[in-house]
Design a protein around this ligand. Structure first.
Ligand code: URA
Length: 434
């Protein structure tokens, strides 16, 4: 067996050749063991940004990332397990109502989350705005709750794809995040290691999405579906709209409050539509013949929410924290609200403190934005359009700057917003994942 060196690996990819399986496995193993210098790993990652990985390289890369840690065994749960992953966006609180809703349909939902960067916190940050709730638990407690309650949302432990934990941090500071093979292997190694039988991917498109354009989003979705299926996880991707914020609330406790409205049978129609579309895909993957809309209407999704929150130390009846200081942004002209730019609203919420710039930063539970008007609404000049909920009022000017031209008002009513654009399954892949 030839000796592998990091310089050979870097030069192979730099010059546009394919890495051997041996080179890939060696790299991921050594990188996880911290025997490769960050500058050398970053150099290889940059070569991958430019040269890509072919289908065979990507399959080996992803398998090696999964094998860098443990793959959970969920067989003790005793019913089908299906999770969901979203590429994230502004006001994307869908996991909160979705997990208990799908659990109420008899399908267990194991969700492990990290504390990512973003306009608002991740799912864990949102749930932590509920008094007493915590997401840290052992694998045994995670599985026991899945069996007893049907869903657990918890913090990913250090043994879940540790190669990715280190690699994502390095990519974040070396301009190497935006490469489809690296994104797909990063997301899928964590999701496959989680051990679920099925996975539904919500791939966002539009200004507030991680990859705004539909072509790249579709390519990412196809790549991830291929990887999931190759590892025995039934995987479906849905491309959904993130050109405007999802729902009206953007911010941690604000999004929990909106999720509870959805579980109570109300809530903004766009979030309800996306939640039900994903829930239907999840129960179908599990082979369960129930319409999730019934479980939302009969209150059983709400019951599962309350049990999930209580099982993780939270008080489902505790009042959520709220800001006492609100600044209202008003319509500059009369007309129809045609579009509210997701990216700009997300940046405003982030500047108010709802999201973090570095992984170790705290997030504010109360800062954020609430849309008082949404696309299609008629407004008079001076009508309220966005309420900014402040934690630290000195941050308001930066948030207002981010919101410049966020709201488009036109004389004509806009076309209705389409939430679900495409669905990608293994049958759409043809020859292979890449
Ligand atoms: N989210 C991840 O988990 N990984 C990426 O590479 C990008 C987004």
């Amino acid at each position: 067996m030839a000796i592998v060196t990091i310089l050979d690996v870097i030069r192979t990819k730099r010059d546009g050749a394919a890495l051997s399986d041996e080179q890939i496995r060696w790299f991921i193993e050594q990188f996880t063991a911290r025997t490769i210098a960050d500058e050398q790993a970053a150099s290889l990652l940059m070569a991958i940004v430019w040269r890509g990985l072919d289908a065979r390289e990507l399959a080996t890369w992803t398998a090696a990332m999964i094998e860098s840690g443990d793959r959970l065994d969920l067989s003790a749960v005793g019913r089908p397990t299906v999770d969901k992953h979203s590429t994230g966006g502004v006001g994307d609180k869908v996991s909160l109502p979705l997990c208990p809703l799908v659990a109420a349909c008899g399908v267990a939902v194991p969700q492990l989350s990290g504390r990512g960067l973003g306009h608002t916190g991740g799912t864990l940050d949102k749930l932590e705005s509920i008094t007493g709730w915590h997401g840290d638990m052992s694998n045994d407690a995670f599985i026991a709750q899945l069996r007893d309650v049907g869903t657990t949302i918890a913090a990913a432990g250090p043994r879940l794809a540790p190669a990715d934990r280190r690699m994502y941090a390095l990519r974040d500071v070396t301009g190497t995040v935006e490469a489809i093979p690296l994104i797909a292997s990063s997301i899928m190694s964590k999701k496959i290691a989680e051990g679920a039988d099925g996975l539904v991917l919500d791939v966002k498109i539009g200004s507030g999405a991680f990859l705004p354009g539909i072509d790249r989003a579709r390519e990412l979705a196809r790549t991830m579906v291929g990887l999931g299926e190759a590892h025995g996880v039934s995987t479906v991707a849905v491309l959904t709209d993130m050109d405007q914020p999802l729902g009206r609330a953007v911010g941690n406790a604000l999004e929990v409050a909106e999720s509870i409205e959805i579980l109570a049978g109300g809530g903004p129609p766009d979030v309800v539509e996306v939640t039900l579309a994903l829930a239907r895909e999840m129960v179908a993957l599990a082979g369960v013949d129930i319409d999730p809309a019934e479980r939302l209407a009969d209150g059983s999704a709400m019951d599962h929410w309350r049990r999930m929150i209580a099982a993780q130390g939270g008080d489902p009846d505790a009042a959520l924290p709220r800001s006492t200081e609100i600044h209202t942004v008003r319509a500059a002209a009369p007309g129809h609200v045609a579009r509210i730019d997701a990216r700009k609203v997300g940046e405003a919420a982030w500047r108010l403190g709802a999201g973090r710039a570095r992984k170790e930063d705290p997030v504010s539970p109360i800062a954020g934005a609430v849309l008082r008007a949404v696309a299609g609404d008629r407004v008079a000049a001076g009508d309220p359009v966005i309420d900014l909920h402040l934690d630290d009022p000195t941050r308001l000017p930066a948030a207002l700057e981010a919101l410049a031209e966020a709201v488009t008002i036109t004389d004509e009513a806009p076309a209705p917003r389409r939430m679900v654009h495409e669905r990608i399954t293994r049958d759409d892949l043809g020859g292979g994942p890449a």
